[in-house]
Design a protein around this ligand. Structure first.
Ligand SMILES: *Cc1c(COP(=O)(O)O)cnc(C)c1O
Length: 362
């Protein structure tokens, strides 16, 4: 039997270990100079051209970003249902209501047309997710937002380095959130980064992550402890020097699948979009779950289902909405290993396993 090919594989090297050791030796572990340096380097690395604030998770970043943008009870924020629960959780934690809209079948991201139809007089914002590393249709979404006077909040948790017509994701809206969870395109262990357009929002995110304080014991508002540690920032700073190479490898792996997969629907890339392939997601129209099990058991190939239960069917968010493309994607989507540590032989194995299974099922 061949070795198992995992669906994701965080890459931690000697440099990361040395960076952590440097912080541990310094004796200063909490938020400090490493975090400040990481914020600056993250902003310039991803070409955001605006301030970035580091927090202890992507979810915290979304939560604080929304609070800092004035979202609260009585408000509605339009979100996709086909995403990780953090998107809707962060809205609900502010006291606002997440309102679910459908996605495009081609890029799996929020549809501007569906958003337009979901706007009410309580809507204050739209939170598109750049799902799998593909940018949402920001031109059309920002136009809907402009017409209705809404804010745009970006969930770029999976999309470090993705762009649309040369504009990096995370720089379109009031804020953009990036996750630094271990399976994301780069990691700090756990962590998140919020890129902000406005100095007022930036200041409030900085206050909110630190008990509402800028100066010790001069609390200005009610806040949390959502700080990033210098230990995590040190890991993230090293990963930043490697992520461009990893992304290029993900894109090469994706190009290989595009050229070699047969019998499953491969993911198209929109005109003007740079896809960073956090996931390489195909559609398996018949018995996706059986297909995934056979990949694992017969071919030792791991895969992922993101997301088999859409948010509008999760207990905390249960909503009676009609989201046909979301339902279909939840049934059909299968993410194949695309991470940068795959060897040419791994890529061959994945492609031929998928092709054989697709042929057998046809
Ligand atoms: C990972 C993820 C988040 C949350 O990030 P954490 O760092 O795990 O809190 C939010 N949205 C999406 C789409 C994600 O994939």
């Amino acid at each position: 039997m061949n070795d198992f090919i995992p669906p994701a594989k965080p890459l931690i090297g000697e440099e990361e270990r040395a960076a952590v050791d440097r912080v541990l030796r310094s004796g200063m572990l909490a938020q400090g100079p490493e975090v400040a340096a990481f914020e600056e380097e993250f902003s310039s690395h991803f070409g955001l051209g605006r301030p970035c604030v580091a927090v202890n998770s992507g979810t915290s970043g979304q939560h604080l970003g929304l609070l800092a943008s004035g979202v609260g009870p009585g408000d509605e924020v339009i979100v996709p249902s086909f995403t990780f629960a953090a998107t809707a959780n962060s809205v609900a934690l502010t006291g606002a209501t997440p309102v679910f809209a459908d996605i495009h079948p081609d890029d799996f991201c929020l549809s501007a047309e569906a958003v337009e139809a979901a706007v009410t007089d309580r809507t204050v914002g739209i939170m598109p997710v750049h799902l799998y590393g593909h940018p949402a249709e920001m031109g059309a979404l920002c136009e809907v937002a402009r017409r209705h006077g809404l804010q745009v909040f970006e969930d770029a948790a999976q999309a470090h380095g993705a762009s649309l017509d040369g504009v990096p994701v995370g720089s379109f809206g009031t804020f953009g959130m990036f996750s630094l969870y271990p399976t994301k395109n780069m990691t700090s262990g756990e962590g998140g980064m919020v890129s902000v357009a406005d100095p007022g929002v930036e200041r409030r995110v900085r206050l909110l992550r630190n008990q509402g304080m800028d100066r010790q014991y001069h609390n200005e508002l009610v806040g949390l402890n959502n700080r990033m540690t210098d230990i995590h920032a040190a890991i993230g700073r090293v990963q930043l020097t490697k992520v461009a190479r990893w992304t290029a490898q993900r894109q090469e792996n994706a190009a290989f699948y595009d050229a070699h997969l047969d019998g499953v629907t491969t993911p198209p890339v929109a005109t003007g979009a740079v896809h960073v392939y956090h996931q390489y997601t195909v559609r398996v129209p018949e018995d996706r779950d059986g297909f995934a099990a056979a990949l694992r058991e017969e071919y030792a190939v791991g895969s992922g289902m993101f997301y088999p239960v859409p948010n509008h069917r999760l207990a905390p968010f249960r909503a009676d909405v009609d989201l046909p493309e979301t339902e279909r994607a939840a049934r059909e989507c299968l993410s194949l290993p695309v991470h940068p540590s795959l060897s040419p032989n791994d890529l061959d194995r994945v492609a031929s396993a998928v092709n054989q299974l697709a042929k057998a099922g046809a």
